[in-house]
Design a protein around this ligand. Structure first.
Ligand code: PLP
Length: 391
């Protein structure tokens, strides 16, 4: 007998993947240049040159057996030390190599953390709109996802958050810059979360953890600050990924930081290591551990995303679409006219591939990924106009 949840998730692809596959088929039928594919968050900007140079340098200079061999389960200690130095210099976070566990991207990072901290029957809070895979990652823990509705600006509603916390709350996931809204949570919101959680931990007598999911941290525009959460709240796990920042999504590399300020931080790290083992996620890809260590302070050229954001945001709002101004990531989160699934289905008539936001916990919206060629956005604008003006 197959495991039912596994079978269901395997058969039921995510809405984004389904649309992406539809797009591939449509491009084969009518030519890629005639399909306006805004479906997936695959970075359109190439990895920085220094990434390619690191790969070449490693292949040319390092002993092949050592380069491709297993590292420690948590990752190479030198690599972890370089990441720790960078994070300390940039955010004054006071971490060390021993607080870092390298992972196959943020997906593995979040799955590992949730499986280390959430017991069956416990609750994990997320803020709408949220990355739909959180529900899938939580599945194996036997925990329950609790959605808290964000305010009209898609910012955290602190009162609604406080009201949603129960004795069973074990974790809160925050994702800033946010996929799909592009919203960044400012310091006041993080401080607000921290104050409420400290009060609730005291009341219930057990820890409640913040899990920050931050693959988009460096993708912010116009001098926006993304607060470093360990500096606000002690019981924090950071999950980071180089997928978006260095345009390396297929190379599967990221890390978890267990805040050293956490009480029993050494045990928490041991639980992360154990969870990694249980899920079969020991030793992240060894070549790319070293590549990111060489490029820890480098980011892809995000000026292209900013240009795309400005072009698309200005054009769509001018046409009458409503959306919050995204400060980061590479998504525009737009209100749909009527039912979002129907609206995005209608969009296919104009060869526009847009993701209905129902699975993000926010029906009535759609996500438009602008990590695409600027020329495609320009060419797609008349289609957006026709779509909103269709009766
Ligand atoms: N979290 C968010 C919010 C994402 O958007 C993504 C990928 O799109 C992930 C996690 C997973 O990223 P990774 O490629 O690092 O596994």
């Amino acid at each position: 007998m197959l495991v039912k949840n596994a079978l269901d998730y395997g058969k039921e692809e995510s809405e984004i993947r389904k649309l992406f596959e539809y797009g591939k088929k449509r491009k084969a039928e009518i030519g890629a240049e005639n399909v306006f594919d805004f479906s997936i968050g695959n970075p359109s900007v190439p990895a920085p040159k220094s990434v390619d140079e690191s790969i070449k340098k490693l292949v040319d200079n390092m002993d092949s057996v050592a380069l491709h061999g297993y590292t420690s389960a948590a990752g190479d200690l030198e690599v972890r030390a370089k990441i720790a130095d960078f994070v300390n210099e940039k955010y004054n976070a006071g971490i060390s190599a021993e607080n870092i566990y390298l992972t196959c991207g943020a997906a593995a990072g979040i799955a590992i953390v949730l499986n280390a901290i959430v017991n069956p029957g416990e609750e994990c809070i997320v803020f709408t709109p949220y990355f739909p895979e959180y529900k899938v990652f939580l599945e194996k823990t036997g925990g329950k996802l609790v959605e808290v509705k964000s305010d009209d600006n898609l910012q955290i509603d602190l009162d609604a958050f406080e009201a949603a916390i129960t004795e069973k709350t074990r974790a809160v996931i925050i994702n800033s810059p946010n996929n799909p809204s592009g919203v960044v949570y400012p310091a006041e919101k993080i401080q607000g979360l921290s104050d409420i959680l400290n009060k609730k931990q005291e009341e219930y007598g057990h820890p409640i953890y913040i899990v920050t999911d931050e693959p988009y941290r460096p993708l912010v525009y116009d001098d926006i600050e993304v607060p470093y959460v360990t500096n606000y709240y002690d019981n924090t796990f950071v999950t980071y990924s180089f997928s978006k920042a260095l345009s390396l999504p297929g190379d599967r590399i990221g890390y978890i930081i267990v805040s050293p300020k956490m009480k029993d931080s050494a045990d928490a790290f041991a639980a992360i290591a154990g969870s990694g083992r249980m899920l079969g996620y020991v030793c992240a890809p060894s070549v790319f551990q070293r590549v990111v260590a060489d490029n820890v302070d480098v980011t892809s050229d995000i000026s292209i995303y900013k240009k795309n954001r400005d072009l698309l945001y200005n054009a769509l709002t001018e046409m009458g679409y409503e959306c919050v101004h995204p400060d980061g990531a590479f998504y525009l989160f737009v209100k749909t006219k009527g039912d979002s699934r129907e609206f995005c289905e209608k969009a296919k008539k104009y060869e526009l591939l847009l993701v209905p936001a129902d699975s993000f916990g926010t029906p009535g919206y759609m996500r438009v990924s602008y990590c695409v060629d600027t020329a495609m956005i320009e060419k797609a604008l008349p289609a957006f106009e026709k779509l909103i003006n269709e009766e």
